[in-house]
Ligand binder design. Structure first.
Ligand SMILES: *[C@@H]1O[C@H](CO)[C@@H](O)[C@H](O)[C@H]1NC(C)=O
Ligand SMILES: *[C@@H]1O[C@H](CO)[C@@H](O)[C@H](O)[C@H]1NC(C)=O
Ligand SMILES: *[C@@H]1O[C@H](CO)[C@@H](O)[C@H](O)[C@H]1NC(C)=O
Ligand SMILES: *[C@@H]1O[C@H](CO)[C@@H](O)[C@H](O)[C@H]1NC(C)=O
Ligand SMILES: *[C@@H]1O[C@H](CO)[C@@H](O)[C@H](O)[C@H]1NC(C)=O
Length: 348
């Protein structure tokens, strides 16, 4: 047994036990998200035109239509029936939603597909917190290239902003999606106000873009594996009162917490609420260096939402708190990584 493996086993294995598994319904109840819904799937496979009709008539789309890439959507048999997401208790069945990314294409107009599912409360009140959960898989030969978008949540009066370099400014919209990056590294990718004055940009795990593009949160905090279903669960709780810095995003991958930020200023006005599921997936990036050289696919199923009219109730961050915040488990893990790194460095 190598010294590095020994170090890993001794130091990291006990810490893995600390990782709490949280099913989406548990996260919903911990956050008092008592209203829920799920998107209906067809019982038989469907070609692209039938798939578009099914989605347009049943998924409550913004403006009543699929925004981009309807021709890239089909319902197909599960290509990976023996590779269910970890923690799956009941065997999933039925067709799954397939998205095609044509070779040489990048960006939301030509690659993948986009639509916005509005979820309205029955009593007419607005959602200020929402949880979305879905399962995703990619082809066995999926070329991750430099990265691409995966679905999340969005809100605000502007249904087309807060993506593609159209910046969030606190009164128009926000979006919070997932991205894959090189080699399948995962992250949260958010459009919220992120100029130099926003405290989130000073954190180590955050990469802000000054040119109107989104904010990268915790890149590499989880990992996509080709030909294997994974479960993405994202919680957004908007900041409240509207000018405070206590908005939250939590991202779980396969029921394990991967990212947790609680000092996001999504909005400066109550015109921004959480509107619903933002199905947005494409390669890119905004130039050909992001495009795959072969046509490839991703698959989605089991799309569920939970919501509440109650926003974040966390204590608002003050700038002094930033960077000083780690739980004991995070601190121990950091120490373990440092010690293991030193040992591995020593034997290599
Ligand atoms: C904040 O909200 C959560 C979820 O609704 C609740 O469990 C918790 O008790 C609240 N905390 C305070 C301080 O109100
Ligand atoms: C939800 O609300 C939006 C905006 O008010 C509206 O366009 C849409 O038709 C509503 N959808 C449903 C299913 O009621
Ligand atoms: C695609 O092919 C071109 C030309 O052979 C090459 O330069 C580029 O690196 C390839 N891109 C990827 C993502 O493999
Ligand atoms: C925010 O952006 C929208 C356009 O996206 C614009 O109409 C509005 O005036 C902007 N608000 C502020 C405060 O800059
Ligand atoms: C995420 O961070 C917030 C603020 O520190 C904390 O209240 C919350 O419990 C954390 N979530 C989890 C799942 O640990």
């Amino acid at each position: 047994m190598s010294k590095s493996f020994l170090a890993y086993s001794l130091i990291c294995a006990p810490l893995l036990v600390l990782a709490q598994l949280a099913a989406p319904s548990d996260i919903a109840s911990q956050n008092s998200l008592t209203t829920s819904t799920s998107l209906p799937f067809p019982t038989a496979t469907a070609s692209s035109s039938d798939a578009q009709t099914f989605i347009t008539s049943g998924w409550s789309l913004s403006k009543g239509r699929i925004q981009n890439g309807g021709d890239h959507l089909e319902f197909v048999q599960d290509p990976f029936p023996d590779a269910a997401a970890p923690g799956t208790t009941t065997a999933p069945s039925g067709p799954v939603l397939q998205v095609t990314y044509p070779s040489g294409s990048f960006g939301s107009t030509d690659s993948g597909a986009q639509f916005y599912t509005l979820w309205n409360t029955t009593d007419g009140s607005q959602f200020n917190s929402m949880l979305v959960s879905y399962e995703v898989a990619v082809d066995s030969s999926f070329p991750f290239v430099k990265g691409g978008k995966l679905p999340g949540l969005r809100g605000g009066p502007e249904p087309d902003g807060c993506s593609g370099g159209n910046a969030a400014n606190g009164t128009n919209c926000f979006s919070s999606r997932v991205m894959w990056r090189t080699s399948g590294q995962g992250e949260v990718y958010g459009y919220f106000p992120n100029d130099e004055s926003s405290s989130i940009c000073s954190q180590n795990q955050v990469i802000c873009n000054s040119d109107g593009f989104g904010t990268s949160l915790d890149r590499g905090s989880f990992q996509f594996t080709p030909a294997q279903w994974g479960r993405v669960t994202m919680l957004v709780r908007l900041n409240s009162p509207v000018n405070s810095v206590n908005g939250q995003v939590e991202l779980y991958f396969n029921n394990v917490l991967a990212a947790n930020f609680s000092d996001i200023e999504y909005r400066s006005s109550s015109v921004i609420n959480v509107g619903g599921f933002y199905f947005s997936t494409f390669f890119g990036g905004n130039d050909a260096s992001w495009a795959p050289n072969d046509t490839t696919h991703a698959y989605f199923r089991n799309i569920q939402l939970w919501g509440s009219s109650t926003a974040s109730n966390l204590t608002a961050a003050s700038p002094a708190r930033l960077g000083a915040e780690s739980s004991p488990a995070q601190w121990l893990f950091g120490l373990a990584v440092a010690v293991a790194g030193a040992l591995i460095g020593g034997v290599m």
